[in-house]
Design a protein around this ligand. Structure first.
Ligand SMILES: Cc1cc2nc3c(=O)[nH]c(=O)nc-3n(C[C@H](O)[C@H](O)[C@H](O)COP(=O)(O)OP(=O)(O)OC[C@H]3O[C@@H](n4cnc5c(N)ncnc54)[C@H](O)[C@@H]3O)c2cc1C
Length: 480
């Protein structure tokens, strides 16, 4: 009997691991060929021989281009990258909020985590002793932001995590952790930043969902990504422990009664009243009626006001989003057709004749100002909105006076001398005549001596600028 047979006799269970021996022979024969033992599977696992063969075959057979282009070779690369990403997510049973980001190596991934994690003074980074060196490197990010670094002990000689010591350590920490609770009442974005900073945060919204005007913006063709922003904030609210109360429209007295240390008003805006004679006619709707409450709109429409919201409403109605016409922004092939974009390999210059769907209804966009429509829109995107409306044959009238609304439609004249009076025989008139800050809680709270801050549309309603609102909220939260 040789040594191995003797070993099997002493440890018969070892025979049950035979499939591992087979795997080692088939896929990792180079270990035995070199007489090596490899243990560092946390730092970097060994590749199997079949992986190398399959991969080499794939590289020899495929033509793979830069993943960011639209030619067949690049699209194949993109498909494979996405396939790999989905496989990783499936392996970790990660759905919904998770995505997989490819980095050069584990150290690159850990660096990203270290840079992005919101370490704060008083917070703690707990590491296990004898960790991967790049994990230890995260200490520097934590310390730079004022957090403490601790090591959970290991047992010897097997170097496993000392579970009882770790449990005792965690229990001790939560009891002694210095947490400063400040009572705050906040609306939305800054809420999660405050909660991250250790404040107790109460977030009230009169609506049944978070997001305010984002719930209208996300319905505009091309602005679907606002949905993702809302998903992100919903998750942040859950993770940071913000106490969210939806369907809860609060008044000044109620807030005062709750004795918060500070109150932040992000109450947004009210639509501006254009005071057009006859505007209470049933054919008149506000942009909120159309976008949020989805009230039915006729086939001939006048949109009053050509600011950002007027443009958006005109695009929404001309496209027929309310009639179920899907947005081309979420369908690459349709979007390419619509804008006449093709692969430069197929057509020189990468452009061809745009193929626009006919408008879903006849839309007229009116503004009081003389001159070009959309002059105040973003420099880099204004031309896109103008082009989109032109393609949908939206009529644009400038220098308009809104004289009155009646059964026959909207009566308008032009210029200072109110000339060229004409009736626009429309079924629906949508008012998008600007916005004003909603600050009804501000004065009474100030008068009662409450520390109160105004941000976002409630601070300034001038233009569509969610970035400014988020920036203001985050900076304020970081300063409290
Ligand atoms: C159609 C449309 C398209 C837009 N497109 C863009 C764009 O492309 N880019 C961009 O940057 N911005 C865009 N915006 C603007 C953007 O949505 C706003 O700038 C942003 O939402 C402002 O945020 P806010 O927190 O100040 O107010 P809001 O989003 O208006 O939220 C205010 C919230 O306060 C709640 N509230 C008010 N009073 C009370 C009370 N007393 N108690 C409880 N709750 C209360 C309301 O219910 C509401 O949910 C768009 C807006 C619209 C309508």
């Amino acid at each position: 009997m040789n040594a191995f047979e003797q070993f099997l006799q002493t440890y018969p269970d070892y025979a049950r691991t035979y499939s591992l021996d087979q795997l080692r022979d088939a896929e990792y024969a180079r270990l035995d060929a070199r007489g090596q033992v490899y243990l560092d599977f946390t730092g970097g696992g060994l590749y199997a021989a079949s992986q190398v063969r399959d991969h080499a075959q794939m590289l020899c057979e495929e033509v793979l281009g830069n993943p960011h282009s639209l030619n067949p070779s690049s699209m194949e690369t993109t498909r494979r990258v996405e396939q790999a990403r989905q496989a990783v997510l499936r392996h970790f049973n990660a759905r919904g909020d998770y995505t997989a980001i490819f980095t050069l190596n584990a150290s690159g991934a850990l660096k990203l985590v270290g840079e992005a994690y919101p370490f704060t003074p008083g917070g703690t980074l707990l590491l296990t002793a004898d960790n991967h060196n790049s994990v230890n490197g995260m200490r520097e990010f934590a310390r730079a932001k004022g957090a403490e670094v601790h090591y959970a002990p290991l047992t010897r000689p097997d170097l496993r995590l000392d579970a009882p010591a770790m449990t005792a350590w965690l229990a001790g920490r939560s009891g002694s952790q210095p947490v400063s609770y400040t009572h705050l009442d906040v609306y939305k974005r800054q809420a999660t930043t405050l909660a991250e900073r250790g404040h107790e945060v109460h977030l009230f919204d009169g609506a049944s969902a978070i997001g305010g005007q984002f719930n209208m913006a996300k319905r505009i063709p091309g602005k679907e990504e606002f949905e993702e922003t809302l998903r992100y904030f919903a998750r942040r609210i859950a993770v940071t422990g913000v106490k969210l109360q939806l369907g809860s429209r609060v008044g000044a007295a109620q807030l005062q009664g709750m004795a918060f240390d500070q109150v932040i008003l992000a109450t947004g805006v009210l639509p501006r009243d254009p005071r057009i004679p006859g505007q209470d006619h049933p054919k008149v709707l506000s942009y909120i009626d159309v976008l949020l409450h989805r009230k039915p709109v006729g086939t001939r429409v006048a949109v009053v006001g050509a600011g950002g919201i007027g443009f958006d409403v005109a695009e929404y109605l001309a496209h027929g989003t309310d009639l179920g016409h899907p947005s081309t922004t979420t369908d690459l092939a349709a979007w390419l057709r619509e804008w006449g974009v093709v692969d430069p390999e197929v057509q020189r210059g990468g452009v061809t004749r745009a193929q626009w769907e006919p408008p879903a209804r006849q839309v007229t966009l009116l503004q009081r100002k003389p001159g070009k429509h959309g002059a105040g829109l973003g420099k880099t995107t204004g031309w896109i909105h103008r082009a989109a409306l032109k393609m949908k044959q939206v009529e644009m009238l400038a220098g308009v006076n809104y004289e009155r609304i009646g059964d026959e439609g909207l009566f308008v004249t032009f210029g200072k001398d109110h000339r060229d009076g004409t009736v626009l025989a429309v079924d629906t008139i949508v008012l998008c005549a600007g916005q004003e800050p909603l600050r009804e809680l501000h004065a009474p709270l100030l008068a009662a001596g409450v520390k109160v801050h105004l941000i976002g549309g409630a601070f300034e309603a001038g233009e569509l600028d969610a970035k400014r609102a988020i920036d203001q909220g985050t900076r304020l939260a970081a300063s409290l």
